[in-house]
Design a protein around this ligand. Structure first.
Ligand SMILES: [Zn+2]
Length: 298
């Protein structure tokens, strides 16, 4: 990365009212920026990579400068699993569309190198994983490569929903209404949602007749995971296996479930996603034999 990136970080820092704590992360933890003045949270967690650090600093600048709805993931109308698995990835994709424009403005050469490399890498990943999350990642990379560098967009599942949703908004004008427009376009990935509105916080309207079948899926998942949690605890006690081995067991169980949404829900619920403390606490409570408390987590 060029020294331009370091200079850009300094430029963004100069715009911030409150300087965040920087925590350097390693391993699989996803980078993040969290800002909540009321709760005293003001932290960027980033690997020691100036380009990624700059990306997170731009999120922090959005948090501190733009209306909070531009950065907030507080949503009414969805449950925990829907928020984690479906709504948050949509918010992340929509926000990054604007963050990329800022990266292009601040360090155009580095931005070009990163996007074109990602574009090339992701061309080989088009058919490998067709989960909605993966489609969103592909869509953001391909739409960016097309918007900024006129690259062709290959076919992939839900290409039209994602790419058209992003390309219809000028990323150089970050506004809540524009963010909402992208979010609502991307929401079409899931047929159970109608639209998302912003009032005091984001609010999702669902399509009524589909809630029942989703509730059925949730109920059956509750049963399965609770049953499996008992099994894990019994195994832990009986065979004195380690917590890590138990986590692998849960993960393997998730992999064996054929239905793709079931699989991803199990994955999100049971694997401690680095950096996501509620999931870690939930998993640890399962493994310590404490009731997983579905009611409190959902
Ligand atoms: Zn981001």
């Amino acid at each position: 990365m060029s020294h331009i990136v370091d200079q850009a970080i300094d430029a963004i820092k100069a715009k911030l009212d409150d300087q965040p704590t920087i925590t350097i992360i390693t391993g699989d933890e996803a980078p993040s920026a969290k800002y909540d003045k009321k709760r005293g949270i003001n932290e960027i967690r980033t690997p020691n990579d100036p380009y990624i650090m700059l990306h997170e600093y731009i999120h922090m600048w959005h948090f501190q400068t733009f209306p909070i709805l531009f950065s907030s993931s507080d949503v009414i109308g969805v449950d925990f699993i829907e928020l984690k698995c479906e709504i948050k990835p949509i918010f992340n994709t929509a926000r990054d569309w604007f963050v990329y424009a800022e990266l292009n403005k601040l360090c155009p050469d580095d931005f070009r190198t990163v996007i074109l490399k990602d574009y090339k890498d992701y061309l080989t990943k088009v058919t490998k994983d067709d989960s909605e999350n993966n489609q969103l990642i592909l869509g953001l990379i391909f739409a960016s490569a097309n918007h900024w560098f006129k690259q062709d967009i290959p076919d992939f599942k839900n290409k039209d929903i994602i790419v058209n949703g992003l390309l219809s908004v000028d990323p150089c004008c970050p506004k809540v209404e524009k963010l909402k427009q992208i979010v609502n376009d991307l929401l079409k990935l899931y047929s159970k949602y109608d639209h998302i509105e912003e009032f005091n916080c984001w609010e999702v309207t669902k399509i009524d007749n589909l809630i029942t079948s989703y509730q059925y899926l949730l109920d059956s998942l509750k049963k399965e995971i609770t049953k499996y949690a008992d099994e894990v605890q019994a195994s832990l006690t009986a065979h004195k296996i380690t917590k890590e081995q138990a986590l692998i067991k849960i993960y393997e169980y998730g992999k064996g479930v054929s239905d793709s949404s079931k699989k991803s829900i199990l994955f999100f619920m049971c694997l401690p996603i680095p950096g996501d403390r509620s999931i870690i606490e939930f998993t640890e409570s399962i493994l310590s034999g404490i009731d997983p408390s579905w009611e409190t987590i959902l």
